[in-house]
Design a protein around this ligand. Structure first.
Ligand code: PGA
Ligand code: ZN
Length: 424
């Protein structure tokens, strides 16, 4: 039993890039109200669930989400009102079948996810427990290592760096609070180093710096300098994680790449893997996301064969948080971890299924925000609930990123001595 849904309403709000996104309000019979807002990606995978945009060139260059909002109000709400809020999986199932398509293109994954998240949050409020405990049970007490994206390139910045994200990973810290301090201090030191070299200290979409350094390697080297100058030992206190988002520098020919921004030029999959091996032996890299493009399953397999026992190999665009593709990846040995983004698949319960599949296969999973975000902190609770051990939610700047970090600080404080923090 428990409280039932009495009202579900959507509205159009703006995300951190100033583009429209969906916010959903729900109300329950016991008077509970809850709200959730949907994130939005830029370097999206081909097979992600569809984010429904209006396509009306007179509003937000076609990016309005009034159709998705109308779907929440007129199509989803009448079907769900009266349902018990604790039936998350059933509610999500109902929206999936109401949509009726494989990629949620009918109602829009933005409409469906907004409702799914707001329902989960309302259920937690109604139950009188924190969201991380509602979704993860009373054993949820591991705070994720914050993989902080301190330098941005690729499609998230206008500079000469091909790799999209360079993350600082405070794996040697004793607690989340300390880990966050390690990498926030490194971020500030990095700013000084960039300034000293006459490089830009403006930030990209996820709050990392986006300087015109000459090459990808130069970016890694300056981050290592920043780690040392901040008083930490690279590899021991703070390691490095990368997200190549390699689909963005793949050419039309399968298995072929062009690292054009850094001037490194055309490369085959094998050359890129050989280069990655050199970097992994030279630099303290512990995790590499999307080192190859989403259609290069063969390349992923080779990459994992050669580096999978040394580092976490994460598929983002390759798997799009979809159990269909993760299952293939497990079967073929394409990676040893999946990125997990709620809006790639479009419901909370399907995201949990993706996590479960990774866990059952002995894989890791890496919980992630999107480059377009809101101040919603759902992700922080979700990461603790899923016991993933690490997450990425941007840099030590931009409030939509900091909001998640601050929520994790709160959760760690709530858990007191029972909170856990460790890498692996
Ligand atoms: P996106 O980028 O949110 O723009 O897709 C994040 C990522 O590639 O991990
Ligand atoms: Zn990615």
């Amino acid at each position: 039993m428990g409280a039932k849904l009495t009202s579900i309403r959507g509205m159009e709000i703006l995300d951190s890039r100033g583009n429209p996104t969906v916010r959903v309000f729900v109300e329950l019979t016991d008077g509970t109200t809850a709200v959730a807002s949907v994130p939005s990606g830029a370097s999206t995978g081909e097979n992600e669930a569809l984010e429904l945009r209006d396509g009306d060139a007179h509003r937000y260059a076609g990016k309005g989400v009034l159709k998705a909002v109308a779907n929440v109000n007129e199509k989803i709400a009448p079907e769900l009102v009266g349902m018990t809020v604790f039936q998350q999986a059933l509610i999500d199932r109902k929206m999936i079948s109401l949509d009726g398509t494989e990629n949620k293109s009918n109602l829009g994954a933005n409409a469906i996810l907004g409702v799914s998240m707001a329902v989960a949050r309302a259920a937690a409020v109604s139950a009188g427990i924190p969201l991380y405990e509602y979704l993860g049970g009373s054993g949820a007490r591991r705070i994720p290592v914050p993989c902080m994206n301190i330098l941005n390139g690729g499609e998230h910045a206008d500079n000469s760096v091909d790799i999209q994200e360079f993350m600082a990973v405070p794996l040697g810290a004793p607690t989340f609070r300390e880990g966050l301090r390690y990498v926030a201090e490194t971020f500030h030191v990095l700013k000084g180093l960039l300034k000293g070299k006459g490089l830009a200290t403006s930030v990209g979409d996820e709050g990392g710096f986006a300087p015109n350094v000459g090459s990808n390697e130069e970016a890694i080297e300056i981050i290592i300098q920043a780690i040392e100058k901040a008083g930490y030992k690279p590899g021991t206190d703070i390691a490095i994680a990368l997200d190549s988002a390699a689909t963005s520098f793949a050419t039309d020919e399968k298995g072929a790449y062009n690292l054009k921004w850094s001037g490194a030029g055309p490369m085959k999959s094998d050359d890129l893997i050989a280069l990655s091996e050199r970097w992994v032996s030279k630099y303290p890299i512990v995790l590499w996301e999307d080192p190859l493009a989403e259609e290069d399953w063969e390349g992923f397999k080779n990459f994992t064969r050669r580096l999978g026992d040394k580092i976490e190999v994460v598929g983002d665009d390759l798997f799009v948080t979809n159990t269909k593709y993760i299952a293939r990846g497990i079967q073929e040995g394409s990676a040893n971890s999946s990125l997990i983004k709620l809006n790639q698949i479009g419901t909370v319960s399907e995201t949990i299924e993706a996590v479960r599949m990774c866990r059952d296969a002995g894989w890791r999973y890496f919980i992630s925000h999107r480059s377009g975000e809101t101040s919603d902190t759902f992700l922080a609770d979700f990461a603790v609930a899923m016991d993933g051990g690490h997450l990425k939610t941007g840099s030590a700047s931009r409030s939509e990123r900091i909001a998640k970090y601050n929520r994790l600080l709160e959760i760690e404080q709530d858990l007191k001595d029972s909170a856990l923090y460790y890498w692996k």
